[in-house]
Design a protein around this ligand. Structure first.
Ligand code: ADP
Length: 226
C-alpha cells in the first residue's frame, strides 16, 4: 500500500436542492518521499483533494489512508492532531503576519536561521514581509511550512502569484524537500508545464482522475522551461 491512498473518494456539496460533486470516485496512491503534482483546470476538484488530504475538510464517502491509517473516520480533534503532527501547507496567497520579521515568522523551527538559509533567505532574517518581494514572501511561507519538518507538504498553486524566475526558485525548494529531506510533497496546479519535475502526475478533470503517470527521471528545475 502506498503512503497516501485515496480510495473511491467522493466529496459532495449540497446547495439547496442541488448537489455539487467536487470529487467523483477519486482513487490514487502517492509513495513516501515523492513529489506528486495534481494537474487540472479550474474547478476540476484539485483543491478539494488537497484539503481532504490535509485534514482541513472531510470527504463524503471513501477512504483516505495516510501511512496505513484511514483519516476519513477521524473526528475534529483527531484531524487537528493529524494536521499538527504531519502536515505543512503552502498556499498561493501567503498571508504573512506583517509585523513579524522573517525569523520571528519561523520561530517554531528547531533552527529558524538555518531554515531561512535553506530557502535562500539567509540575508533576510530581520526583514518584515513588506520589505520582501513576492517570491521572498512565498519562501518565508515555505520556511514556515517546513519548519516543523512535516511528513507531508501540501501546496496549492504555490507559484501562482510569482514570476517565472521566483516560481522556479520555489519549485527548487519543494523538489529539494522531497529529494533531500524525504518529505512527501503534493502540488496542486493548473500549469501543465511544471509536470515534468514530478515523480508522479495525477491529472484531474470534471471531479475525476483522468490519468496517473510516473516519471522515471523527473526533470531538474533548472532544465524546465515554460
Ligand atoms: P480546483 O481546485 O480544481 O479549481 P475545487 O476543488 O476548488 O477545484 O472545486 C471543485 C468543484 O467543487 C467546483 O465546481 C467548486 O465550485 C466546487 N466547490 C468547492 N468548494 C465548494 C464549497 N465549499 N461549496 C460548494 N461547492 C464547492
Amino acid at each position: 500500500m502506498a503512503y497516501i491512498e485515496m480510495v473511491h473518494s467522493f466529496k459532495r456539496y449540497h446547495m439547496g436542492d442541488i448537489t455539487i460533486t467536487a470529487n467523483n470516485d477519486v482513487s490514487f496512491g502517492i509513495e513516501r518521499g515523492e513529489l506528486a503534482i495534481i494537474l487540472g483546470s479550474s474547478g476540476a476538484g484539485k483543491s478539494t483533494v488537497l484539503n481532504i488530504l490535509g485534514g482541513m475538510d472531510t470527504n463524503s464517502e471513501g477512504k483516505v489512508i495516510i501511512d496505513g491509517v484511514d483519516i476519513s473516520d477521524f473526528n475534529a480533534k483527531q484531524l487537528t492532531d493529524y494536521r499538527r503532527n504531519n502536515i505543512g501547507f503552502v498556499f498561493q496567497f501567503y498571508n504573512l503576519v506583517a509585523n513579524l520579521t522573517a525569523s520571528e515568522l519561523v520561530k517554531n523551527a528547531a533552527d529558524p536561521v538555518q531554515t531561512l538559509v535553506d530557502v535562500g533567505l539567509g540575508d533576510r532574517i530581520d526583514n518584515f514581509p513588506a520589505q520582501l518581494s513576492g517570491g521572498e514572501q512565498q519562501r518565508v511561507a515555505i520556511a514556515r511550512a517546513v519548519a516543523k519538518n512535516p511528513k507531508i507538504l501540501l501546496c496549492d498553486e504555490p507559484t501562482g502569484a510569482l514570476d517565472y524566475h521566483t516560481g522556479k526558485q520555489v519549485l527548487r525548494i519543494l523538489q529539494d524537500m522531497s529529494r533531500k529531506r524525504g518529505a512527501t510533497v503534493v502540488i496542486v496546479t493548473h500549469n501543465s508545464a511544471i509536470a515534468p519535475i514530478a515523480d508522479r502526475v495525477i491529472r484531474m478533470h470534471d471531479a475525476r482522475v483522468k490519468s496517473i503517470e510516473t516519471n522515471e527521471h523527473p526533470m531538474d528545475i533548472e532544465e524546465l522551461e515554460w
